[in-house]
Design a protein around this ligand. Structure first.
Ligand SMILES: [Zn+2]
Length: 167
């Protein structure tokens, strides 16, 4: 397993729409293992393929941050089918290190997701899992969480982020 370099805010590859994953291959299985390793190394809950420069509809989520292998979830060509309620809480992104901001998300989210064996399943997540579904699927559509804020706040966050990135 390897820790992969993560693209950061401002990289045009993070703004691209991703393509559906085709047949599952050993190369993709390796990529998923590396993505879990990378998310864990960065202490992140999830990581989407565009963040490591692959514009395909693939993401990993581990709400236990490496504590419980049973909680590892691979999203393949996922689509949100239902959203319910709302939650307000802090959100961060491995592509925007050092920035955490409060963002409203649905409290409960249901997705349609493909498994590695090609079968399709409905998955429902609440709270942190619901937030992770929204955040990672946004990445696959070329959207970062800071884009939910207005231009003034976004500019403020960008300055703060760049200042931190320079050290
Ligand atoms: Zn992110």
């Amino acid at each position: 397993m390897a820790v992969l370099p993560v693209l950061t805010w401002g990289d045009p590859r993070l703004k691209k729409n991703s393509e559906d994953v085709g047949d599952w291959t050993p190369e993709l299985e390796q990529l998923v293992a590396d993505m879990f390793e990378t998310a864990l190394d960065e202490e992140g809950v999830g990581l989407a393929a565009p963040q490591i420069g692959r514009n395909i509809n693939l993401a990993v989520i581990d709400c236990s941050c490496g504590e419980d292998p049973a909680q590892r979830l691979v999203l393949i060509n996922p689509e949100i089918t239902r959203e319910e309620g709302s939650q307000v809480g802090p959100e961060g992104c491995l592509s925007i290190p050092g920035i955490r901001e409060v963002l409203e998300r649905p409290q409960k989210v249901t997705i349609r997701n493909r498994a590695q064996d090609g079968s399709w399943h409905e998955l429902t997540g609440e709270d942190l899992m619901a937030r992770a579904f929204c955040h990672e699927i946004d990445h696959l559509r070329g959207r970062l969480f800071v884009e939910y804020f207005g231009p003034v706040k976004r500019q403020f966050l960008q300055k703060k982020y760049l200042k931190q990135a320079r050290g």
